[in-house]
Design a binder for this molecule. Structure first.
Ligand SMILES: Cc1ncc(C[n+]2csc(CCO)c2C)c(N)n1
Length: 223
């Protein structure tokens, strides 16, 4: 999956942290069905909390955008997160006897706090590009993981999760976030972004968010 021109460059700059995230033992456990259900449910409850804060970060992106088109794209993501992606968590947890009230009241794990507050700070202390670089690993990494697991999964245990991120809808959302990043980069630092003095800091944002994704899977695996 390339999802545009910028993402493959950022992914390469993240080095070994990228496969540590997208091929984490938690992911491989969903692939072969060996991931314990308790780990998955613990992850889902934390992810519900994660999505609330992640929605706030995309809402911050609306305020950091320069054009109406950028604003629309970020606002559409806020809508999809709050009204669609969170619903999957509510549904799966309900079927396991975890109520929405319990989800809302869940205590946020330190790795979870670290990740979302890092992304929010990237937006508060930086501009639209800093924020997009911190948001990108989450959105596009799950697109990559979903597409690969749909091809390689050997068990159906986690097929709903895999199906969500492998779906044409989600893959299209990734393509449009990739296009949003490319046009935002072009608009602010031009067609040779790697030559921009801002480039190393943007790669660093992406790399750090990728490391925080690894920490999130670790947290899921060892509740
Ligand atoms: C820890 C963690 N990382 C990534 C995602 C995936 N994700 C988060 S928001 C979003 C939609 C657009 O931003 C997607 C796909 C997740 N659920 N939990």
């Amino acid at each position: 999956m390339t999802y545009g021109a910028t993402f493959p460059l950022w992914r390469k700059a993240a080095g070994d942290h990228w496969p540590a995230y997208t091929r984490h033992p938690f992911v491989e456990g969903m692939k072969d069905g060996s991931l314990p259900r308790t780990s998955f449910l613990h992850y889902l409850v934390q992810d519900y909390v994660f999505l609330r804060h992640f929605s706030r970060a995309w809402a911050l992106a609306v305020t950091k955008a320069d054009t109406l088109e950028e604003m629309r794209s970020c606002a559409a993501t806020v809508h999809a997160l709050l009204n669609e992606e969170i619903q999957l968590h509510v549904k799966v947890c309900a079927s396991e006897g975890i109520s929405e009230e319990a989800l809302f009241a869940a205590e946020e794990a330190p790795a979870n706090i670290a990740y979302t507050r890092y992304v929010l700070d990237a937006g508060h202390s930086g501009d639209f590009l800093d924020l997009l670089a911190a948001l990108a690993p989450c959105v596009l990494g799950y697109g990559e993981i979903g597409a690969r697991l749909a091809r390689e999964a050997s068990r159906d245990t986690y097929k709903d999760w895999i199906g969500t991120y492998a779906s044409a809808d989600y893959q299209e959302a990734c393509a449009s976030v990739g296009a949003l990043i490319d046009s935002a980069i072009q608009r602010r630092i031009g067609s040779q972004p790697e030559a921009s003095p801002r480039w190393p800091a943007l790669c660093e944002r992406f790399r750090t968010a990728t490391r925080l994704e690894v920490g999130f899977w670790d947290m899921g695996l060892h509740p």
